[in-house]
Design a protein around this ligand. Structure first.
Ligand code: NAD
Length: 492
């Protein structure tokens, strides 16, 4: 079968790589190539960034004021809304995520554009209440320049929307670099941005590999901010690259998010929340609730019920509506999961479910897997798998649960299951993570920020201040005095 061919968009031109090189993307459900993309090298990245910089400085883009930029984003949201099924099918094909999941995600996607569009002309400066009577000062929020958005494979459209929308709302230009494993939908999104009337070169997309295309982009001297979502190890490269140019950074990284189940919880509801947390998207979610902390008094009962429920998950083709767990997105990710399972077994973790590839004819499927761990310091309790592997441990007291929850390098998300309202708020206050869900899990909203503590990264995306993260604050001083400047050698 012939491969679907995609081009990149650089400065508004649809093009291949300078070198003519391409790479193939594999369909996770079949492990066969289905599409081909340009393999951008440094020269292609230079073209894209230089064009983005030129457009940023152009009178055409500068003359489009914040209200007008908001309208462009609303139009883009409308176009996404008109293309939900196409985008959902494409993303599902590319990264193997269930169609029911990508459909729901794309269905909500326009809200990120609409919400952020509304913020565009509400970015205000301030008049400062100075302690100097002969001075006045005010601030101006200015766009940064060229933004580089580096995106992983697990939710490309969503993770791009929360960068693209605020970057454009603030008046920046942007170059997108999708994952080499899931580039297709970002290319489609750039086509929609063009249709929305966003001027050529404001949004470009370069496709290729991390160490070449990604590194060239994140270290480019004209890039003023890198908005990165991906793994912690990659983030360290990005930090080093950006250091060369003092580019600003936002880093949305991985997690080992705890789900804490107290004995007084609605256990049926908690069960669904735990399954959603670790087995939805086959565990390939940055907020996967991969550490289960269960109060000892309900430990056996709850774990047995979890094993029973997880054993009935329907693994299958992501394109089918009835499938509940699809494949791992890449062969490497499947190998990572297998290696974690082997290490957990070696360390003496007790396998309660799964622990093997799923028995399907083709594709990179893995069974829902549950391990009981002896200590929170166990490898499986500490390291992110990014797969359908739950590490479970009992606790006795709230204090102990909190200590374990916080004993982690990560701090992206957490879940707490309890009917005790005071306890819910105490745990929410005391857990070190950027998000905590109480009696629910994996909910997102355009109005709510996401981002992590510690090795889960820094900076926040989405929410009311998302646009500010793409601005620079300038302070303007006005001398109100008619007297001449006094002593030049004294700071005033
Ligand atoms: P990854 O870090 O391997 O890749 C992410 C992106 O970085 C890709 O586009 C890749 O090509 C690029 N890249 C790789 N090396 C690079 C380099 N040297 N310089 C610049 N760019 C480079 O991550 P992944 O495997 O695509 O995604 C999985 C990871 O992403 C997990 O750790 C997961 O937790 C994290 N993630 C976090 C969030 C969040 O919002 N916090 C969301 C989704 C995924």
């Amino acid at each position: 079968m012939s491969l679907q061919e995609f081009n990149m968009s650089i400065a508004g031109e649809w093009t291949g790589a300078n070198s003519g090189k391409v790479f193939e993307s594999l369909d996770p459900a079949t492990a066969s190539p289905w599409a081909q993309f340009p393999d951008a090298d440094e020269s292609d990245v230079n073209r894209a960034v230089e064009a983005a910089d030129r457009v940023f400085k152009s009178s055409e883009w500068r003359s489009i004021n914040a209200t007008a930029r908001g309208k462009l984003l609303r139009k883009l949201g409308d176009l996404v809304a008109q293309n939900i099924e196409t985008l959902a099918q494409l993303e599902s094909r590319d990264n193997g995520k269930l169609i029911r999941e990508t459909r729901a995600q794309v269905n909500y996607l326009p809200e990120f554009f609409y919400y952020t569009a509304g913020l565009a002309d509400k970015v205000e400066g301030e008049t400062l209440p100075l302690d100097k009577t002969d001075m006045m000062a005010y601030t101006i929020r200015e766009p940064l320049g060229v933004v580089a958005a580096i995106i992983p494979w697990n939710s490309p459209l969503y993770l791009t929307a929360i960068k693209l929308a605020p970057a454009l709302a603030a008046g920046n230009t942007i170059v997108l670099k999708p994952s080499e494993h899931a580039s297709a939908t970002l290319i489609e999104l750039v086509k929609l941005a063009e249709l929305a009337g966003i001027p050529k070169g404001v949004v470009s997309v370069v496709t290729g590999f991390g160490p070449s295309t990604g590194a060239a982009l994140s270290s480019h001297p004209l890039v003023r901010k890198v908005a990165f979502t991906g793994g912690a190890a990659t983030a360290k490269h990005v930090i080093r690259s950006s250091a060369e140019n003092f580019a600003k950074l936002s880093l949305e990284l991985g997690g080992k998010s705890p789900q804490i189940v107290f004995e007084d919880a609605d256990l049926d509801s908690a069960l669904n929340g735990i399954v959603a947390g670790i087995f939805a998207a086959s565990g390939q979610s940055c907020v996967a609730g991969s550490r289960l902390l269960i109060q000892r008094s309900v430990y056996n009962k709850f774990l047995d019920a979890l094993v029973e429920k997880a054993s009935k998950i329907k693994i299958g083709d992501p394109a089918l509506d009835e499938s509940e767990m699809g494949p791992m997105a890449t062969a490497q990710q499947l190998a990572v999961v297998e290696s974690f399972v082997e290490q957990a077994k070696k360390q003496g973790a007790k396998l309660r479910l799964g622990g093997e590839r799923a028995d399907l004819e083709k594709g990179w499927y893995y069974q829902p897997t549950i391990f009981e761990c002896a200590a929170n310091s166990d490898y499986l309790m500490q390291e992110e798998v990014f797969g359908p592997v739950a590490a479970v441990i009992p606790f006795d007291t709230e204090e102990e649960a909190l200590a374990m929850a916080n004993d982690s390098n990560y701090g992206l998300a957490a879940g707490v299951w309890t009917r005790d309202i005071a306890r819910a708020h105490r745990v929410a206050r005391d857990v070190h993570s950027g998000i905590i869900w109480v009696n629910t899990y994996r909910v997102v909203s355009a109005m709510a920020s996401i981002g992590g503590y510690k090795h889960s990264g820094y900076g926040r995306e989405s929410g009311i201040d998302s646009v500010l993260a793409y601005t620079e604050r300038k302070t303007v001083w006005i001398n109100l005095s008619s007297d001449p400047m006094s002593d030049p050698f004294v700071m005033r």
